[in-house]
Design a protein around this ligand. Structure first.
Ligand SMILES: Nc1nc2c(ncn2[C@@H]2O[C@H](COP(=O)(O)OP(=O)(O)OP(=O)(O)O)[C@@H](O)[C@H]2O)c(=O)[nH]1
Length: 210
């Protein structure tokens, strides 16, 4: 149900948007979600934490405002390891948006993007909004995927593209704001209304790492 605003008027419920992170293992999906949703993330430039693979699935909620409307971004962080592929892609259904990530220092992660797009189309349909991120752009000396290649692939699929660094906090907030805008401008009519909840709330469900 709707809550009461400061003047006693009924406030519309927040909109729920389901976004799924996708891409190969170790490209930085969890780090990107943490950077975006956790105010306590290590300052840009901190040493990279040791890698802990996501096992199964995990989600966080990020409250944002869009055109004076409260929105809850429910961001699902899937495991990139091959052995979790069936489980991870089963969460693609019902998503309104995808953040598809490769690592600019890992050619295989870039070459797998077309396969991930096929999974997205198959499970979520071809109308869904997707953005492509070339992550770890702070590691310029180890780059093996030129920026132009990322731009070209994104252009072929008709999706926005950004190079990002979860470590240095480059383009993370901006990339999510572009995706949120695309989703809400196109699909606001079919998004779910939710009960009013605190906008400061950031929930974490299962976090299974080893
Ligand atoms: N230099 C640098 N390292 C990063 C960046 N993003 C992530 N890393 C590191 O890359 C490793 C893998 O990051 P994760 O976020 O766990 O990768 P993931 O894609 O979630 O991996 P899975 O859970 O296996 O799917 C970790 O050691 C991170 O600290 C970045 O932007 N720059």
């Amino acid at each position: 149900m709707a809550g009461l605003g400061p003047g006693g008027a009924a406030e519309p419920r927040p909109l729920l948007v389901k976004i799924v992170m996708a891409g190969e293992s170790c490209v930085g999906k969890t780090s990107i979600v943490r950077r975006y949703t956790e105010s306590g993330s290590p300052p840009a430039g901190s040493p990279a934490p040791s890698y802990m693979a996501t096992i199964g699935i995990d989600f966080k909620v990020k409250p944002v405002m869009f055109n004076d409307r409260r929105v809850k971004l429910q961001i699902w962080d899937t495991a990139g390891q091959e052995r979790f592929h069936t489980l991870s892609t089963s969460y693609f259904r019902g998503a309104q948006g995808f953040v598809l990530v490769y690592d600019i220092t890992n050619l295989k992660s870039f070459q797998s993007i077309t396969m991930w797009m096929n999974d997205i189309y198959e499970k979520a349909g071809d109308e869904v909004d997707v953005i492509l991120l070339g992550n770890k752009c702070d590691k310029e000396s180890e780059r093996v995927v030129p920026k132009q290649k990322g731009e070209k692939l994104a252009w072929e699929f008709g999706m926005p593209f950004f190079e990002t660094s979860a470590k240095e906090n480059v383009n993370i907030e901006y990339a999510f704001s572009v995706l949120t805008k695309e989703i809400l401008e196109k699909k606001s009519g079919v998004l779910h209304d939710l009960d009013v909840v605190s906008l400061n709330e950031t929930k974490k469900r299962t976090c299974c790492t080893f």
